[in-house]
Design a protein around this ligand. Structure first.
Ligand code: LMG
Ligand code: NDP
Ligand code: PMR
Length: 397
């Protein structure tokens, strides 16, 4: 029997379940009982790793997981695809949770729920009826670059392949009068929705590249209100506008620079929409830089107006009351969490959605189509500039 304490006393290091290499393992709050030795991992504490193991090497586990993605093992002679592993940020509610559930239910996916609130995520998965073997919760707070780096280390320690990464988490602060800041001093909406995800995606790209899964994907959730200024929804003020990115270049910290990307006055609703433009530009820049080299599919999507999610938690009560019926009966843009989850799950796993650089949307009959992004959200020069400034801010350049 082995005991692996995955630095469970640090919230940023919590990981609960592991599937794959050690079949006979049980875990509770990050302490894993496994069949092959005793392992106490303290890397998250910056301490030396102490390992007391009966089996010689942890590599044995790695080898067990990295089995080829297609095995000719089935008795019928048909090749079977191994279970895919998808990392989903913000899987503790709304779209992320619905997607995790949809994927888990197929039996073909293991979901790594990358969430800031470990208990909330575990409970949400349980309440959604997800099988306990179909997911692993790993702590991730996108409002801290340290937490992002720690998450990457923790997720690698699970020794599961990473086949798909979904950047889904977001905050929306439409009623905030004053800006709030991430641990690194960035305005919160852009800090979490864009910069945290930017670092995460950059870090996990090599993991995606080394996966042997037939279709590896990096998906960044976008939105109509920011990406489609050619629609009514995209014209509701305040409109997204990154300007010349002077605020971002200044660090978005409100000290020497503005907290808004374009250098303007703080506006929480605009900051959210700006961050979504960043998400969509980032996806396209990833595609240009890395699609050919890595074979990874990069995609974004507008899942529909999921008017009931936690995204609107900070809006005024009257808005929260009226917004769902408004979307349902007037704009007809409404989509349930379940339906939206199925849409995103399609972008994760549908064999027909392998095209890279695409912004997916769905029509009234729920059929997917390649949507066009508005001018700013498809501006390649801006995407390049955004990429270069972002990599400096997150310490990659
Ligand atoms: C702003 O608030 C913030 O001020 C700003 O800082 C920023 O955060 C911005 O985008 C972010 O939001 C938005 C503000 C304006 O929303 C509210 O304050 C919400 C309350 C809205 C209350 C409106 C009630 C008035 C109702 C008038 C009737 C409308 C007529 C409808 C016509 C129907 C004809 C068939 O909000 C808006 O701009 C609108 C927000 C969308 C909410 C939609 C409200 C419409 C109400 C419709 C009721 C729906 C009932 C369904 C009935 C079904 C019938 C079959
Ligand atoms: P929810 O608020 O339900 O979900 C957002 C998730 O992000 C939650 O799980 C939340 O965690 C998580 N999150 C927030 N901050 C952090 C952080 N600092 N670190 C880690 N996770 C964090 O909203 P939705 O499901 O609606 O939003 C999901 C995505 O869909 C977003 O990208 C949003 O922009 C997009 N979208 C939503 C639309 C809609 O109509 N709802 C329309 C178009 C796009 P916690 O549970 O702990 O709060
Ligand atoms: Mg919007 C005509 C269709 C349509 C669609 C699909 C959306 C989606 N919205 C539409 C129309 C309108 N909205 C109209 C006509 C109004 C003015 C009455 C309106 C208002 C409105 C507000 C105040 N809508 C909003 C808000 C928000 O605070 C939401 C927002 O912008 O969040 C950033 C929102 C949204 N409308 C949408 C969608 C998908 C959202 C929310 C989430 C997002 O874009 O990520």
């Amino acid at each position: 029997m082995a005991l692996q304490a995955a630095t469970s006393f640090l919230p940023s290091a919590l990981s609960a379940r592991k599937e794959g290499s050690v079949k006979d393992s049980a875990s509770f709050l990050g302490v894993r009982l496994a069949a092959d030795g005793l392992k106490l991992d303290t890397t998250a504490l910056g301490l030396r790793t102490v390992r007391v193991s009966r089996s010689a090497d942890i590599r044995a586990q790695t080898a067990a997981v990295s089995s080829p993605s297609v095995t000719p093992a089935s008795p019928s002679g048909k090749k079977t695809l191994r279970k895919g592993t998808a990392v989903i940020t913000g899987a503790s509610s709304g779209l992320g949770l619905a997607t995790a559930k949809a994927l888990a239910e197929t039996g073909k996916w293991h979901v790594i729920m990358a969430c800031r609130d470990f208990l909330k995520a575990s409970r949400a998965a349980k309440a959604a009826g997800m099988d306990k073997d179909s997911f692993t919760v790993v702590h991730l707070d996108l409002a801290s670059l340290d937490s992002v780096r720690q998450f990457v280390r923790n997720v690698r320690q699970l020794e599961m392949p990473i086949d798909v990464v979904v950047c889904n988490a977001a905050v929306y602060q439409p009623t905030a009068k004053e800006p709030s800041y991430t641990a690194d001093g960035f305005e919160m909406s852009v800090g979490v929705n864009h910069l945290g995800h930017f670092l995460l995606a950059r870090e996990l790209l090599s993991d995606l590249q080394s996966s042997d899964y037939p279709s590896k994907r990096l998906i960044i959730v976008g939105s109509i209100t920011a990406g489609n200024t050619n629609t009514l929804a995209g014209n509701v003020p305040p409109k997204a506008n990154l300007g010349d990115l002077r605020g971002l270049a200044g660090g978005l910290n409100g000290v020497g620079s503005s907290v808004m990307i374009d250098g303007g006055e703080f506006d929480g609703a605009k900051a959210y929409k700006d961050s979504k433009v960043c998400n969509m530009l980032t996806m396209q820049e990833f595609h240009r830089r890395y699609h050919e080299e890595t074979g990874v599919t990069f995609a974004s999507l507008y899942p529909g107006c999921i008017a009931t999610t936690g995204l609107f938690r900070e809006h005024i009560p009257l808005f929260r009351l009226l917004f769902p019926p408004f979307q349902k009966y007037i704009t007809k843009g409404y989509v349930s969490e379940e339906e939206a989850g199925k849409r995103l799950a399609q972008v994760v796993s549908d064999p027909s959605l392998t095209k890279s650089g695409v912004y997916w949307s769905w029509n009234k009959n729920s059929a997917s189509f390649e949507n066009q992004l508005s001018e700013e959200a498809s501006d390649a020069d801006k995407a390049k500039k955004l990429w270069e400034i972002s990599e400096k801010l997150v310490g990659l350049a």
